[in-house]
Design a protein around this ligand. Structure first.
Ligand code: Q9C
Ligand code: ZN
Length: 341
């Protein structure tokens, strides 16, 4: 399997609020570097650079005004001399005006975000755009006939909705890849999200569409981030009714319970008969993950890959979360090797 990688991810390492203090984000450069080292150590396959894509390729999954906001946010934030990370502090909630985009950056940050977990630094946009380009390149490789490809995306994407960032995510790499596949002639696409957290952004982007099936297995939102989406009764709307499947699982879920949900997820994907399957590959389901609450062991990730392979569908893996940096390479690459075995 080819890995698509760019060292541009080093341009991005923001801060997050933890217990009331700004500290370096768990979503850090060592994550992608550790995975790349493991890809090379096991000889998974060649590592290639991404093809060039531009802003137009991000529109569709996202709105034009959101892409414009992301690509210019740092310039606006820093215009008065600020050097700190740009973070939102106010959001439009129930009964407030969410139909008027504020004209100043302090307002735009809240308007285009779901939380304060997506800091914008001086070169964040370059890393974000390149991360999406990795997924776009991987999608093209699979559409051109490869059985599978691995887009080593960083920053991740699955919390980013059509018009919002959050949860370490800015552009939704998996959704952008899925949209590109449809634009290139794929009739049906499925996104299977195995990150610990609900793929709320991907759900948002495709919620009213029957051509892109979205399936997510994740921590029950009554106790796990992002709290406000991911329930089983969210099934899609309008023409997309029935084309979103959420499989929330309890805190402490181990492989025995996880594999049953994964079986249902794989059956739903197979029934959709997609021309392309995009796997949002988070390995924060690991037992020692510092911010998540499942109990998968490193060997379980090989089984997870094997189970996804049994769908027998051209597959793009796009990297999402996973914060136990020491073992993130073993766990992510176990999925890929399990898929290929
Ligand atoms: N102090 C992904 O896995 N909240 N995003 C964490 C930690 C945000 C996770 C709180 C978690 C976002 C892509
Ligand atoms: Zn996650």
């Amino acid at each position: 399997m080819l890995t698509v990688f760019s060292s541009s991810h080093h341009l991005h390492h923001g801060k997050e609020l933890k217990d009331g203090a700004l500290t370096p984000s768990f979503e850090e450069p060592g994550r992608a570097d550790t995975i790349l080292r493991r890809v090379r150590a096991v000889g998974l396959g060649n590592v290639i650079a991404c093809r060039p894509f531009g802003l137009a390729h991000y529109i569709g999954a996202h709105s034009e005004r959101y892409v414009r906001f992301l690509s210019t946010a740092w310039q606006q934030w820093s215009a008065g001399g600020r050097t700190s990370d740009a973070l939102p502090l106010v959001w439009p909630v129930r009964n407030m005006r969410d139909d008027i985009e504020p004209s100043v950056i302090e307002g735009k940050l809240g308007y285009f975000s779901m939380d304060a977990g997506a800091p914008i630094t001086a070169h964040t946009w370059n890393a974000v755009a390149e991360s999406a380009n990795l997924a776009l390149t991987g999608a093209e490789l699979v559409l051109e006939g490869a059985r599978s490809a691995f887009a080593l995306c960083r920053p991740p994407g699955h919390h980013a909705g059509r018009e919002y960032m959050g949860g370490y995510c800015y552009l939704n790499n998996a959704a952008i890849a899925a949209s590109h596949a449809i634009a290139k002639g794929a009739r049906r696409v499925a996104v299977l999200d195995v990150d610990f957290h609900h793929g709320n952004g991907t759900q948002d982007i495709f919620y009213e569409r029957p051509d892109v099936l979205t399936v997510s297995i994740h921590g029950d939102p009554s106790v796990s981030y992002p709290y406000f989406s991911g329930n089983a009764d969210e099934r899609g709307s309008h023409a997309g009714t029935g084309f979103n499947l959420n499989l929330p699982l309890a805190k402490g879920t181990d492989w025995a319970a996880y594999t049953q949900a994964l079986k249902l997820a794989c059956q739903a994907v197979a029934a959709h008969a997609p021309d392309l399957l995009v796997v949002s590959l988070g390995v924060d389901t690991f037992e020692n993950d510092p911010i998540s609450h499942f109990q998968l062991k490193s060997d379980d990730f090989s089984r997870l890959g094997d189970q996804i392979a049994s769908i027998r569908c051209p597959t793009l893996f796009a990297m999402e979360g996973g914060y136990m940096v020491d073992e993130i390479g073993i766990n992510a690459v176990n999925v890929l090797q399990g898929f290929e075995a």
